[in-house]
Design a protein around this ligand. Structure first.
Ligand code: HEC
Length: 116
């Protein structure tokens, strides 16, 4: 019971951290979305923010890697954008696939590919 609640809270926190609101399935038929101001959602994905929310727990605070988790701060020198995307979507070894997908995965792959 308590665990469930905790999971819920953590989950909500993650979602909030990952995207300052607004996703494809947010209020469809907008008469007026409740969030005001800076809405640059659809096309712009903040790759760095996504990585901070979803990847650093394994890959390290600064993507420097830790233990069995490879560094990502230079992954662009090893893998192409496509290869990175493939790892993100399908996973590899102990790396779980599908943590992020779609535009998010694409943007993160591009961002990481530039890290050399
Ligand atoms: C549960 C821990 C975990 C999380 C969370 C995680 N990874 Fe990984 N990741 C791994 C492990 C373990 C490997 C090494 C896989 C292997 O040995 O083949 C890896 C490998 C990778 C690689 C390949 C690195 C290389 O040098 O070949 C990329 C790229 C990568 N992860 C990206 C990400 C991204 C982007 C995220 C966030 C969306 C993420 N990872 C989240 C555990 C994780």
């Amino acid at each position: 019971m308590n665990k469930k609640l905790l999971a819920l809270i953590l989950g909500a926190g993650l979602v909030l951290a990952a995207c300052g609101g607004g996703d494809d399935n947010a209020d469809k038929d907008t008469d007026k979305s409740t969030d005001s101001g800076t809405t640059t959602e659809t096309a712009s994905v903040d790759a760095e923010k996504i990585v901070s929310a979803k990847c650093i727990s394994c890959h390290g605070q600064n993507l420097e890697g830790q233990g069995n988790f490879p560094a990502l701060n230079n992954v662009g020198s090893r893998l192409s954008e496509d290869e990175i995307l493939n790892v993100i979507e399908n996973g590899r070894g102990a790396m779980p696939g599908g943590i992020i997908s779609g535009d998010d995965a694409q943007a993160v792959a591009e961002w990481l590919a530039a890290k050399k």
